[in-house]
Design a protein around this ligand. Structure first.
Ligand code: HEM
Length: 463
């Protein structure tokens, strides 16, 4: 018995020593080259135990608080660099833009677009398609008065329907679908896309069949639109993005523009454009109902500048600093897209003094700092339009507030969104929003690619 016990003890000590040696070797190898700091990874699972799947952004924020704005953790065996804050974004995406412009591969985008489209593509194909898309958006009035008219038209429907439908302007601009109003007095706001384009990257690995079904629905819908456009388009008079793209396919001798790529671009524009914008509008209703004094100040400014029964225009924006500040504060507080699509580097750069090893960055997450640029604001955890006002009540543009990211891959929809949010929000404020009697509204967000509100009831009273 004594001999067996000694043998077991010796075996245990041996195994313990081997594991310790392997662990130390592993950690040394990983931290050898002045890579960014981060929590200590375990073999095989890396730092997965430090991540909360209910609140991944909260987990990332903890990493930033502890290790700084450029940090590193391991998702399994994959090293993943986390970036937060204006300074590191500027260095990576503006100053070292050529190194940091490519997207990473991960199961969702491989399955969805196979490196095509606008969001997941890289290199020459991406550059060509991005240029083309920006040109088309400009031709169709991005930042101009013609788009303003389209937005106002959608606004009329919106007010009637009170946001029963989502993404109207994108549908009108990219797909040419007229949106019909659906009048209802009180809505339970859930979103179809909400099931949701989804906690998507995470769910894909866990629920591949469900996600494939979901993705095939979006593709099927977009393909039908492309087919319809092909049938009834007039080549002399393109109506929208799809018509322009079909034209480009005919003229493109290098065959970079293909129907397969068109499908991916449409899916990307639709997904990127609807969810983000509609989420913001829903958040703005929630915030107004939760902060009645802010809502009253917005109403007062609208009454003073626009008056009763008149529609807003972009020209009013300069005269409405408070309302414009509220629009920005909603964008900041809701932080609707707080994790940007992952990227990879195409060579080994130094970032913030750290070595970023190219080969290890198959999976690179980049994170936009929690709370919409936390450190840059006096009271980052509070909803406070004063963040965007100076001491004279004038609108204060914050260069370091970058909800659309910066650099070569900055959101191509930014100008359009700026118009949409101001006009939609101002029109919506023909109503005053209140929680249903005796209820509090929940301002906690859901987990997903975008941060959505939880489904809610609200009272919208016409003023
Ligand atoms: C509140 C609304 C929106 C917000 C906050 C937002 C924010 C962003 C952010 C942070 C990115 C990632 C940029 C990066 O990787 O560094 C992005 C990319 C993108 N957004 Fe938006 N976006 C919004 C609306 C829109 C709209 C309306 C469109 C449609 C025109 C759009 C189309 C895109 C596309 C196609 C990309 C990928 C760009 C690329 O990889 O080159 N977004 N957006």
């Amino acid at each position: 018995l004594l001999v067996t016990g000694m043998w077991l003890n010796a075996k245990f000590i041996l195994v313990f020593l081997c594991v310790t040696v392997l662990l130390v070797k592993y950690l040394r190898a990983n931290r050898a080259q002045n890579t960014p700091p981060g929590p200590c990874p375990l073999p095989v699972i890396g730092n997965l135990l430090s991540l909360s799947f209910r609140d991944p952004v909260g987990s990332f924020t903890k990493v930033f608080e502890h290790y700084g704005d450029v940090s590193m953790l391991y998702l399994g065996n994959q090293p993943c660099i986390l970036l937060s804050g204006y300074k590191s974004f500027k260095e990576a995406f503006v100053e070292k833009a050529d190194i940091f412009a490519d997207r990473a591969h991960y199961p969702l985008n491989d399955r969805l677009s196979r490196g095509l489209g606008l969001i997941s593509s890289s290199g020459r194909k991406w550059a060509q398609h991005r240029r083309f898309t920006l040109a088309v958006l400009k031709d169709f009035g991005m930042g101009k008065q013609s788009l303003e008219h389209s937005i106002l038209q959608e606004n009329r429907y919106l007010c009637e329907a009170l946001l029963a439908h989502r993404g109207q302007v994108m549908a009108d601009t990219s797909l040419g679908i007229p949106v019909r109003p659906v009048p209802r007095p009180c809505f339970r706001y859930t979103s179809v896309v909400s099931y949701r384009a989804v906690s998507a990257t995470m769910s894909y690995t866990e629920f591949p069949t469900l996600m494939s079904w979901f993705l095939s629905k979006i593709k099927h819908f977009s393909q039908e639109e492309i087919d319809r456009h092909r049938r009834d388009r007039n080549t002399d008079c393109p109506r929208d993005y799809i018509d322009c793209y079909l034209q480009e396919i005919q003229e493109d001798i290098q065959a970079q523009f293909t129907e397969e790529n068109l499908l991916c671009c449409v899916v990307d524009l639709f997904a990127a454009g609807t969810e983000t914008t509609s989420n913001n509008l829903l958040w703005s209703m929630l915030y107004m109902a939760t902060y009645p004094t802010v809502q009253e100040s917005v109403h007062a400014e609208i009454d003073q500048v626009i008056g009763w029964r008149h529609e807003p225009s972009m020209a009013d924006r300069a005269l409405m600093p408070y309302t414009y500040a509220v629009v920005h504060e909603v964008l900041r507080s809701a932080n609707a897209l707080n994790i940007t699509p992952p990227r990879v580097t195409n060579r080994d750069p130094i970032l913030a003094g750290y070595f970023i090893p190219k080969v290890s960055l198959n999976q690179w997450c980049e994170v936009y700092s929690g709370g919409g640029g936390g450190k840059e604001f006096r009271t980052p955890d509070q909803f406070n339009p004063g963040h965007f006002l100076d001491e004279n009540g004038k609108f204060l543009k914050k260069e370091r507030f970058i909800p659309f990211s910066i650099g070569k891959r900055t959101c191509p929809g930014e100008q359009m969104v700026q118009m949409e949010l101001f006009l939609f929000f101002t029109c919506l404020m023909r109503f005053s929003f209140h929680p249903p009697d005796g209820q509090n509204l929940d301002l906690a967000g859901t987990v997903g690619i975008t941060t959505a509100n939880k489904p809610f009831h609200i009272r919208a009273l016409p003023r």
